[in-house]
Design a protein around this ligand. Structure first.
Ligand code: KG4
Ligand code: ZN
Length: 337
């Protein structure tokens, strides 16, 4: 079964063709450069750029897979969470293709597809603890199958990727901050600076995270130590940001008696995060390839296959309501047991 996957939740336009949930026939990602000068994504620009490029990228994805539009069996599209304007571009195009070809339209949740990305390079056994670490989300989840999962924890403020981006901005390192910080930290062996593992011992927030406090600690450190060493700050920030992800994942694994861990999202590309999880031999941790960590259409087309097999299709595009947040504030409070 050939599925065309369309991803436009943020600032990357991703289009791909995947066969039977695992054969990648094409993978086209257009990353918008326009946001760099703002050190963050400008929603209005993001949706305009999706609109500008998406048709051409669909043509490229089809020709890359050596097929015609009429050869696809279904269209998978990211419907949430993400930037509303960006999501609507992908949804409008995907529903039009579905209407014209008469092929099913499959709604894909962006964060779930980040987890699915790991399955292209690994044979993943259920159940597993899923850790989603991206620019928009930091979530701990428990999965029993590709269609049976629940959220057990979230960030109560910033996401971990956002913290990487904000700290990089603070230190004038460029955007997006994650890969830059990762590269600088690799060159540091140890640092005299230390930042707190925020909310680690907080029973109420056993599986929840907080990153705005860590960012504030970095702000104060810089303010109070004018002669600070940038490399040391970067190294210690990254260590504090990642160590808390690892420790909370281990807590969840113990509580749920699960050893398999799947990590997805842009921050899953981080080399220190990979090192920390992979050096724990009690866990079996699976990662997507580096290329599939950040937003792409492959993960959408892949997960769409399993959703379709489970009868999940959109019969009426008007019934889909893209939302920009996965959890409301009250949802988050409910997770703070
Ligand atoms: O998953 P993604 O492409 O978009 C969202 O769904 O948000 O994630 C983007 C985030 C950015 O915050 C970026 O700084 C971060 O992933 N990122 C990294 C690395 N590569 C990308 N963070 C840490 N280390 C990396 N190597
Ligand atoms: Zn993403």
């Amino acid at each position: 079964m050939l599925i065309l996957g369309i991803e436009t939740s943020c600032d990357d336009t991703g289009v791909a063709v995947v066969g039977d949930g695992y054969k990648i026939l094409s993978n086209i990602v257009f990353s918008q450069e326009e946001h760099k000068k703002f050190s963050g994504v400008v929603p209005e620009i993001a949706s305009r750029k999706h609109l500008e490029y998406i048709h051409n990228l669909i043509e490229k994805a089809l020709s890359g897979a050596n097929i015609l539009l009429s050869d696809i069996d279904a269209v998978g599209v990211t419907v949430k969470p993400g930037l509303i304007g960006s999501l609507l571009v992908g949804l409008s195009v995907a529903s039009t293709i579905s209407y014209l070809t008469g092929k099913p339209l499959i709604p894909v949740n962006h964060i779930e597809s980040h987890i699915y990305a790991a399955s292209f390079d690994n044979n993943i056994d259920f159940p597993f603890i899923g850790l989603i670490v991206s620019g928009g989300h930091t979530l701990l989840t428990v999965w029993n199958s590709w269609v049976d999962k629940k959220i057990i924890g979230t960030t109560i403020d910033d996401s971990v990727g956002e913290a990487f981006d904000k700290v990089a901005k603070l230190l004038d390192l460029g955007y997006p901050g994650g890969p830059i910080i990762d590269k600088i930290a690799k060159g540091v062996k140890e640092s005299s600076v230390s930042f707190p593992l925020v909310m680690l011992n907080n029973k109420e927030d056993r599986y929840n995270f907080s990153y705005s406090g860590l960012k504030t600690s970095v702000v104060y450190y810089i303010r109070n130590n004018r002669e600070y060493n940038k490399e040391d700050v970067v190294y210690s920030f990254q260590k504090a940001a990642i160590d808390v992800l690892y420790k909370k994942t281990v807590i969840a694994c113990k509580d749920f008696n699960i050893n398999n861990v799947v990590i997805g999202g842009g921050v899953a590309a981080n080399s220190y995060l990979r090192e920390v999880f992979l050096s724990d031999k009690k866990l079996k941790t699976f990662f997507p390839s580096i290329k599939l960590c950040t937003d792409n259409g492959v993960m959408v087309a892949g997960l769409a296959y399993y959703l379709y097999k489970n009868g999940i299709v959109i019969n009426d595009p008007k019934s889909i309501e893209p939302v920009d947040k996965i959890l409301t504030y009250n949802d988050k409070k409910a997770l703070r047991k």
